[in-house]
Design a protein around this ligand. Sequence first.
Ligand code: 13P
Ligand code: SF4
Length: 309
Amino acid sequence: MEKAQAALKAEIKELLKRRNAVLLAHNYQRDEVQEIADITGDSLGLSREAAKTEADVIVFCGVHFMAESASILSPGKTVLLPREDAGCPMADMITPSDLAAYRSGHPNAVVVTYVNSSAEVKALSDVCCTSGNAVNVVRSIPEGKEIFMVPDRNLAHYVRKVSGRALSWWDGYCPTHERLTVAAVVKAKEAHPEALLIVHPECPPKVVDLADAVLSTSGMHGFCRRSSAKEFIVGTEMGILYRLRKENPGKRFHIASRTLICPNMKLTTLEDVRDSLASMSPVIRVPEEIRLRAKAALDAMLAVPRDAA
Ligand code: 13P
Ligand code: SF4
């Protein structure tokens, strides 16, 4: 088994070189996929890093909207998503026509769109946000403006709480994070009373209220690295444990609940990566007209100062 996996990894390395490709893995991917990746990271950070490389090809081990973001930021590169069926149920909860209908009823609203969304939905938005910068993005919007956040109700709820701004939102959610209950968190805290609880803002508000820190996946990596605490309960998809444990050997990490598995994030296997590089498919390409408008919303996000008041 180990021998077969080593051979597969060698084959992938060879193909990556031959195709001048960079291999990206989201923090929720299978351990063996993260292990072989050139870059591991969060939803948008990966695409931003890949855009800086000289690679001709980006292999994105993640879900569909992430590969679209890579295509938006790197139009000159070929973007491969080894499993075309790896989607994000939350991103699919709002369609372009849903958002267009909202916009026509609220022409003055500023639409803030989480990067976990389709390129077409981004293209209909004023500004994007990530789980790490959403509070800052909302704070940068002039007081008195109507603000509408899509597609994640839990992220919006958290942003409203921290920023103190009045806002409304689309009723979408991540089915994986939504499964984390207060009862499960209380149980984990009882089992590990010394541990800090860190959660992703996609978790339900009552869970977020119990957390010591609310962080994006890359925020969690930085927080645990810098923290003097030795033990953490982690409220996000369990793939994050792989690198947390590897990079912090003196610290202990407990998943807040065993239900924290995103089936879409677990689809991509090493075989899929190999086959994708061999066949140069499936390719994800955002049409230019949508790409330019979606990029404008991402650029508007990147233009927000880090400490917008
Ligand atoms: P981040 O990695 O941006 O925190 O997003 C979490 C997530 O749910 C991605 O699907
Ligand atoms: Fe989508 Fe949630 Fe899976 Fe992330 S963890 S890809 S938000 S369903």
